[in-house]
Design a protein around this ligand. Sequence first.
Ligand code: CU
Length: 290
Amino acid sequence: MSKISRFAVPFAAAGIAALTGLALTAPASAAAEPASYQATLAAVPLNTPDGAASGTVMLTLDGDQATVTETVTGLADKLPTDTKTLAALGIPAGFAGAPFPHVNHIHIAGQGTCPTASADANGDGVISTVEGHDAYGMIGTTFSTKGATDTSTATDVTVAPGGGSFTYKRTFTMNADTIASIKAGTAVVVVHGLNPATAPKASLSTPNSLNVTLPGADKKLALIGTAPALCGPLQASQMSAMPSGGANTGGGSMAASDGNTMEYALGGLALVAAAGAGAVALRRRRTSEN
Ligand SMILES: [Cu+2]
């Protein structure tokens, strides 16, 4: 079903384009769905040693259906087993030795960037989740393993992926705010939870910035439980970015000046070009593809 529609839509759009003569505007709209995005997850400064952990995220959006495939390595693997250590971190004894939960979100509507060390506003040597908000924005979607994927599961460790390395894959209905942010280029994937062995000292004793108390705990979870470990802006992957001519505005004059008028036209700027010229361009493009 999805396979059929994926091929049928561009084909139909191309047919309509050929009939109307507005050939050059068709590829952009035909390529809009499904759209592909990707993020490279890198260590958040202060919180994770440079290069100690990394990850990748692939996301496709077909209407409001999002398919996420995320792979991470190098994160905190297991929760401590020592009860005193656990108590100090605000982690109930029942969690001893369990896979370290990594709550994991798409943050939205911020600057679309990851925090630099200067985001540590209170100077305690840790970038808390809240201190990162200016850069990556607020939580829009939760990569939960089951149930809701909105903010209602944002800090629910029972549905968070866990362990030092994991692959998270899920298809779900994505909320409109997150979709809008992804399309606007301001969505950022953030994986939380610091490795106690390498985390800044203050993160072991300071309560987390999101007021999370784990079920059964008698105090707030320490900052290591929620501070951002990995971060990466979601960007349109090359396949979906290429047909969108909007970004070529600056390149148009360059292409024209070196005489490559055909490329100039295909850049999407020839919206009002004569239909005849458009048809020629389309025909030549098809020829070159055959
Ligand atoms: Cu988050």
